[in-house]
Design a protein around this ligand. Structure first.
Ligand SMILES: Nc1nc2c(ncn2[C@@H]2O[C@H](COP(=O)(O)OP(=O)(O)OP(=O)(O)O)[C@@H](O)[C@H]2O)c(=O)[nH]1
Ligand SMILES: [Mg+2]
Length: 197
């Protein structure tokens, strides 16, 4: 797979817009502003393929990135963005749910949480929901923005995430940062492992 051959395939809001190509898909979920779009750019060595912003709520569609016609990386709109109306939140829920529950080629859902903070109620709910729809599969959680922590904070913060999300030894918790390469190889290793299953 040539990761330099990456392009946006489509920004979808409803199922009939999802790509027809049946290649394996890997989705990135998490709170708004947690760093989903940044992670996609980072692992592809791209500056701005996926739109990133300091303003939460940047990604409002399901964005499918076509990597060498071999896999799709799927950037999901973030949750927990306070300035959304109730009907927008419902639309968000319907959109995410219809994708995450009706997509045979979806290989896994990576859940991103901010390494600096205790996982939010929404994070816990999202993880529980992922456990239900992906019953029996290990959960993969990515703790983002580790560069914003002191060295001494990393372990305790990871432990807090592990405990708050009730992770088990079958699950995976990956520290990740866009400043430097932390986590990048691990994410690719997991994608490649799931591809070879
Ligand atoms: N220091 C640091 N900043 C990061 C990191 N990852 C993301 N950011 C910053 O966090 C902000 C939000 O990043 P995005 O990638 O847009 O977050 P998102 O999860 O896609 O957000 P939505 O599209 O709103 O759901 C941006 O200002 C990024 O530059 C990281 O590892 N380290
Ligand atoms: Mg985004």
């Amino acid at each position: 797979m040539n990761i330099h051959n990456a392009k946006i395939a489509i920004s979808a809001v409803k199922p009939n817009q999802y790509p027809k190509m049946g290649v394996p898909e890997f989705a990135f979920a998490g709170r708004s502003n947690v760093g989903k779009s940044s992670l996609i750019n980072k692992i592809l060595n791209r500056k701005s393929l996926a739109r990133v912003s300091g303003v939460p709520g940047k990604t409002i569609t399901i964005n499918f990135y076509d990597i060498d016609e071999t896999i799709f990386l799927v950037d999901l709109p973030g949750y927990g963005y306070a300035k959304r109306s109730r009907s927008d939140i419902k639309d968000w829920g319907d959109m995410i749910e219809s994708y995450l529950t009706n997509r045979p080629q979806l290989k896994t859902i990576f859940l991103l949480v901010d390494s600096r903070h205790e996982p939010t109620k929404d994070d816990v709910m999202m993880l529980e929901w992922i456990r239900t729809v992906r019953y029996g599969e290990p959960v993969i959680v990515i703790a983002t923005k580790t560069d914003k922590l002191n060295k001494s904070e990393i372990e305790p913060n990871l432990t807090r995430i592990y405990e708050k999300l009730s992770l088990t030894e079958d699950d995976v918790l990956v520290p990740f940062s866009t400043k430097g390469d932390e986590g990048k190889e691990t994410v690719w290793d997991m994608i490649n492992m799931l591809l070879s299953e």
